[in-house]
Design a protein. Structure first.
Length: 252
């Protein structure tokens, strides 16, 4: 009787140890997966591509060759008129860089830091700028047509006369941004923060520069303190979901 009891107890103890081992293993795996999920992506630029860019002022991607500048440190670099069409600049640090009249069409700038960069007249058409930092950048007369700026930081950025036709600015932060005369036709600004942004139309050398938001999506956007005086808003979806049918709305 006693032997049988001890034998059963031993079996139960072994089973409990086995269950405990599995639970411990499961916990370790769960922690590992959670850590992996929280770890930010690691970018590593191709050093040859970086050297080639700084020496020749161009690094483009072809079907058979990818220009890999991901995570590159290009702070304050002089890249005026550089050809970076299709280049991978994801996670790159371009803060304070001179990118005047550069070609960044179709480039991947997701998560890149472009704070305080000079992007005057730059071609960013169809570029990926999701979650990029563009705070205090000078984007005067830039071509940002059909670009993806979802979640981008554009605080205090200057987008005077920039072309943002069909661009995706959903959930972007445009607090205190200047967008005089910008073309935002068909742009998606759903959920964007436009607090104190200035989008009013203005006169320059006798001609009116109209900020065009025709057919743009502003649903859920924050327009607190936004200046939209004289802006074209015909067909635009307003923050409350209604469709504007007036040619221009004067917000005071």
């Amino acid at each position: 009787m006693l032997r049988s009891y001890i034998k059963n107890l031993s079996r139960k103890s072994a089973a409990m140890k086995k269950v405990l081992r599995w639970k411990t293993l499961a916990a370790v795996l769960a922690i590992a997966l959670f850590t992996l999920y929280l770890t930010p992506p690691v970018w590593a630029a191709n050093t040859e591509d970086v050297s080639h860019l700084l020496k020749n002022n161009w690094c483009v991607s072809f079907l058979w060759k990818q220009c890999d500048l991901s995570g590159a440190d290009l702070r304050d670099a002089n890249l005026q008129e550089a050809n970076l069409s299709g280049a991978d600049l994801s996670g790159a640090n371009l803060s304070g860089a001179n990118l005047k009249n550069a070609d960044l069409s179709d480039a991947d700038l997701g998560g890149a830091n472009l704070a305080n960069a000079d992007i005057f007249g730059t071609d960013l058409s169809r570029a990926n700028l999701t979650d990029a930092n563009l705070s205090r950048t000078r984007l005067w007369d830039a071509n940002i047509t059909l670009a993806n700026l979802s979640g981008a930081n554009l605080k205090d950025a200057n987008l005077l006369d920039s072309r943002l036709w069909g661009s995706n600015l959903s959930n972007a932060d445009l607090t205190d941004a200047t967008l005089h005369g910008a073309d935002l036709q068909y742009a998606n600004l759903a959920g964007a923060n436009l607090t104190n942004a200035d989008l009013h139309s203005f006169f320059f050398r006798g001609s009116k520069q109209v900020t065009n938001l025709s057919n743009a999506n502003l649903e859920g956007a924050n327009l607190t303190g936004t200046n939209l005086k004289g802006a074209a808003l015909i067909g635009a979806i307003m923050p409350d979901g209604s469709i504007n049918e007036e040619i221009a709305v004067n917000f005071k």
